[in-house]
Write a protein that binds this ligand. Structure first.
Ligand SMILES: NC(=[NH2+])NCCC[C@H](N)C(=O)O
Length: 246
């Protein structure tokens, strides 16, 4: 049903082609960013998440790979990544200056150190509170596109949104983005005309306590994807629409 809604919307409105990757786990982003950059070259990455997922295998407090995705693809961290037999295919392909985080509120001390060390642009929930989401998006675009306009890879973890809206996820953190802030991000990213791939991750129906929790999480994820495909809250119409004549 949800996929249907998304596909119908995207066919009727004929957006440019955008790759979508959907996964339970954020480690998907390693492969999707890697493949995306192999296909189109240098990328801008907008990472919307409660977590930075920038632990190296040596700093990770949990050992969970989903908390490490970014460290594998960042050029600046390569000397800190041990050689792992199954990961030899990964080539670092993103520069720290081309990365922006939005929504952070659960960052490990080691990750905080890395973010400061590399000078990564971060709009944590504190900045969202302080500036408002409109300013955050304006500054994100100014920062990323001041020199060269690179294709955007949007990595969207559903746990960026407040767990009151999207509870069916593995590592929920209170104090997240509202539904409206979450959708606004997708509308603005779409309107840059540079969005080239989207990851929608950590949507996990098994983590919903009730059917309502699952529904609310999944339908929010679909709304975010529709926003990426150009759905606007003001409404849309196909460019070839003509009023019927009586
Ligand atoms: N994609 C996620 N859910 N990440 C949660 C990461 C939590 C913690 N920082 C870790 O490294 O394990």
């Amino acid at each position: 049903k949800y996929l249907n809604e998304l596909i119908l919307f995207s066919f009727h409105n004929k957006p440019r082609s955008i790759e979508i990757f959907v996964s339970l786990c954020f480690s998907l982003a390693i492969g999707s960013i890697h493949g995306h950059s192999a296909a189109v070259g240098e990328l801008s990455v907008i990472w919307v998440d409660a977590h930075a997922d920038i632990n190296t295998p040596l700093t990770s407090p949990t050992g969970n790979i989903h908390g490490q995705s970014m460290s594998y693809v960042l050029r600046e961290l390569q000397s800190k990544i041990p050689v792992l037999p199954n990961f030899s295919w990964i080539r670092p392909c993103v520069s720290a200056k081309d990365l922006v985080y939005i929504g952070l509120r659960d960052v490990d001390p080691e990750e905080h150190y890395i973010l400061k060390l590399l000078g990564v642009k971060v709009f944590s929930m504190s900045e969202v509170d302080q500036l408002g989401i409109a300013r955050v998006m304006e500054e994100t675009c100014d920062y990323l596109f001041s020199k060269v306009k690179k294709p955007i890879h949007l990595s969207y973890d559903i746990d960026a949104i407040d767990p009151s809206v999207t509870p069916a996820t593995g590592t929920p953190v209170v104090g997240g983005l509202t539904y409206r802030e979450g959708v606004y991000i997708t509308e603005q990213v779409c309107q840059t005309g540079l969005l080239s791939a989207v990851d929608m991750v950590e949507v996990n129906p098994l983590r919903g306590q009730t059917e309502e929790e699952v529904q609310s999480t999944v339908s929010t994820a679909v709304d975010l994807l529709c926003g990426c495909f150009g759905r606007l809250r003001e409404g849309n119409h196909p460019s070839d629409y003509r009023l019927p004549e009586p």
